[in-house]
Ligand binder design. Sequence first.
Ligand code: IP8
Length: 242
Amino acid sequence: MIAIKLGGSFITDKSKYRTFRKYETERALKGIIKFGEPFVLVHGAGSFGHILCKQSGFPGTYKGKESQLSRVKYDTCSLNSMITEILLDLGMAPMSFSPFHLRRKDTFDYSSVLRSVEGGFLPVMYGDIYIDGNDVKIYSGDSIMFDICNLLNPTDAIFMGDVDGIFDRDPKIYPESKLLKTVKKQQDFNTILNDVTGGMGGKYIAMKKIASLGIRTSMMNGLYPERLSDLHNDNFYGSVIE
Ligand code: IP8
């Protein structure tokens, strides 16, 4: 089994509220299915979560801002519905899970996710908000990836983004930046992060933690899902955390 995360910046245009990249997402999902390995799926929220959260001052108290919070929940859920609809049309049996509903006192309870795997379903989990007292908090798809990898021990954890992998500098700003085909998990990611930030800090931390579980962790470009066929050989075009 493999665990795959579709990044929010890949499946949406992060700069435009509620802009779903349907064609790209569908292509990536087709490529993942074609790869043939059983998988669990996680996706980010992109412009269906981050824009309105920022405007509303979330994470933080939601008192007096209940309708904004409902709107965020509705938006993240609609993105997830569009993704599960694609999977249904591709003949899969997706089952959706949000941290909002998995939240227990101080933790997240993934037992229903595990039951869905045992039942032969494809769990589709997504970064979302959850309520903690008077506060709303955000649980990212990257954190879910760590939790699910810890529980299911997949052979691979694959992060599909809108760039080819991890670079020595932000490839969107520096055209001469170099793709790091292997990154040692002992590497101090801050030395890379300084240039590659743009909201990617949490991702590197999650990837490093997953690699420390002994799970092969890689990052690749979702626009080229066919690169999955080289996942386990030297021709793989992406970054592997070792
Ligand atoms: O896109 C964030 O999840 P992510 C969820 O995986 C919200 O970071 C609601 C912003």
